[in-house]
Design a protein around this ligand. Sequence first.
Ligand code: NDP
Length: 290
Amino acid sequence: MQILDGAAVSAHIKEQIRQEVVELKSDGKKVPHLAVIIVGNNPASESYVSNKVKSCGEVGFGSSLIRLDATISEEELLSVVNKLNEDKDVDGILVQLPLPKHIEENAVINAINPTKDVDGFHPISQGKMVLGLPTFLPATPYGIMLMLEHYKIDTVGKHCVVIGRSNIVGTPMTLLMSRNSNPGNATVTMCHSKTSNLKEICLQADIIVAAIGRPFFLKEDMVRDGAVVIDVGINRIDDASKKSGFRLVGDVDFDNVAPKCSFITPVPKGVGPMTICGLMKNTLLAARGK
Ligand code: NDP
């Protein structure tokens, strides 16, 4: 069993991006700039945005963190997004989700200029992805593809089971793995909460991507020997031994599943850092596209 070390792969890819930024600078070109909006102070969101801003610094991007009160109206938030759309210095815009319930997330996503949609959530980005046209890929599935590529994991003709069908993870993951590309060219089954025979389907999988949001959901009796398991889940569970009172676990019952796998991602330091790589690559692409 080999651990797919997201932290190490991410450091490697970030170093490549940093070198590209050095080249951009020496060619007299603009340094990429990412604007991140956080609404309210959800602790998980705070941690995600601080990692994203920190990573911008590591690769040499400029960044702005825009903090908005949880009581901000949808109209006011849309006006902040519009200002960033018009700001020539800003290449990428990311609005950290989830947003407070009184704000329609789709309205905010749709307001982002598609040329700055580095999260890849805008309908134009998603539509281009479906058609296989060049675009910003949603950062998490993109990061997973980068990881599979890095470890040269053979996906061609394999049966990949994706558990979860969200617009940001499960659905794009299903599309990317089924594309005529490498990694890709897998036969993909997408499962969700209404799938009746999930265990049987998982037992046929060469590759399982778990994107459910339930701690320890994927058990060892659902995984066949030699499978590749990618754990997207980030779940907080109580842990009195930690100063914070919690720890992060994935959707996979790692301790029991890992011995059966050929490759497996840990949580943390698996898919999480790769998601940030996807975002950094998209921001570089946005800046280059100008
Ligand atoms: P969503 O809640 O949007 O989607 C979860 C999916 O899991 C849904 O499609 C749901 O099915 C499915 N599901 C729920 N229960 C079951 C079940 N019992 N059996 C089969 N399928 C089930 O979550 P996200 O896709 O946004 O995120 C999934 C997880 O990944 C979360 O833990 C999230 O925190 C994490 N995440 C991690 C990232 C990273 O960088 N590592 C980035 C993004 C997310 P249905 O559609 O029928 O409701």
